[in-house]
Write a protein that binds this ligand. Structure first.
Ligand SMILES: Nc1nc2c(ncn2[C@@H]2O[C@H](COP(=O)(O)OP(=O)(O)OP(=O)(O)O)[C@@H](O)[C@H]2O)c(=O)[nH]1
Ligand SMILES: [Mg+2]
Length: 290
């Protein structure tokens, strides 16, 4: 499934992120906890090189907790270098971002940044952290949570932030929020489907039914009970096609003559996954990448 989506503001954002990188002490890479590998942007990996990095697995409240634990172990093995192995210094945290009652995992992020930038102490030397990631993963929500007030616009669709925004925390630490960026050619099919099903690519840029069928196939293989429970089905559907039809019938998504409206059924499945109504689900685990 080719993804043809690389809006103009992203080209600019990418250039500005590359330009800003040398003046940053720490990179906060926000990933979607439900598909953290797919939401790791090769442009960011290339841009940050060996700069200290904190991988933030956001939306962990929507992800499968066991899979998230496995991802934390996998990422920790990549960023905690043994001497001389050449890996960048880094940390990994899973968070559920809410502005109302921020978790300790979130509020301790500035402290983790400080630990990664021990040379930035004293007046006039605030720690500078740049927040990057693919669209819709929670970057601006993270900024608002750390600022303890709404300074950045957020929304449940990709490309809400269109320009970089610099914010100063009470401690003096400087945070830069950025527009989410993808990369021009998403070559790996599974990565493209995970990003699309998970909501990092706008619905206008994807083939809705195709993406929903991919999602239905995945859910039937990994989370069949959640599908049966959510749509009050009698049995696990035998195929992704059958699942979409069953969902459509259950939700009254029918055209004249009783034919299932597949676009509507696809919409139901995508919404239910993204909102967490289907339960806590992860779209990939480290085992998928062995
Ligand atoms: N359940 C849950 N929702 C979250 C979490 N973090 C962010 N969200 C929601 O995800 C949506 C996207 O959040 P944003 O902060 O706008 O994402 P962003 O990465 O800044 O997106 P762009 O600016 O488009 O790149 C919003 O509806 C948030 O409320 C989280 O940890 N858990
Ligand atoms: Mg944003």
């Amino acid at each position: 499934m080719p993804i043809q989506w690389y809006p103009g503001h992203m080209t600019k954002a990418r250039r500005l992120i590359l330009e800003a990188m040398p003046s940053q002490d720490v990179v906060i890479e926000v990933l979607d906890g439900r598909f953290p590998r797919a939401s790791e942007n090769p442009v960011v990996t290339e841009a940050r090189r060996h700069r200290p990095c904190i991988k933030v697995l956001a939306k962990s409240d929507l992800a499968d907790p066991d899979v998230t634990a496995a991802w934390i172990r996998a990422f920790e093995a990549e960023v905690r270098p043994s001497p001389g192995d050449g890996l960048p210094p880094g940390k990994v945290v899973a968070v559920a971002l809410t502005m109302n009652r921020p978790q300790e995992a979130t509020t301790k992020l500035p402290e983790l940044c400080k630990q990664l930038a021990p040379n930035r102490v004293g007046p006039g030397k605030p720690v500078r952290a740049i927040i990057v990631g693919v669209p819709n993963v929670g970057k601006s929500t993270l900024v608002n949570t750390l600022m303890e007030r709404k300074v950045a616009k957020t929304g449940d669709e990709p490309a809400v932030t269109k320009a970089a925004q610099v914010c100063v925390l009470r401690s003096g630490m400087v945070l830069t929020d950025n527009p989410g960026i993808t990369w021009p050619k998403i070559e790996d099919e599974e990565t493209a489907y995970r990003l699309a099903f998970g909501g990092a690519i706008p619905d206008s840029a994807i083939d809705y039914e195709d993406v929903a069928l991919w999602g239905a196939k995945f859910l039937l293989a990994r989370y069949p009970d959640e599908v049966v429970l959510r749509y009050r089905l009698e049995d696990v559907p035998v195929s992704a096609d059958a699942a979409l039809d069953a969902i459509g019938r259950r939700r009254g998504a029918l055209r004249s003559g009783g034919v299932v409206d597949r676009q509507k059924a696809a919409n139901v499945l995508l919404r239910d996954f993204r909102s967490g109504a289907l339960g806590r689900i992860s779209l990939e685990s480290p085992d998928d990448h062995r």
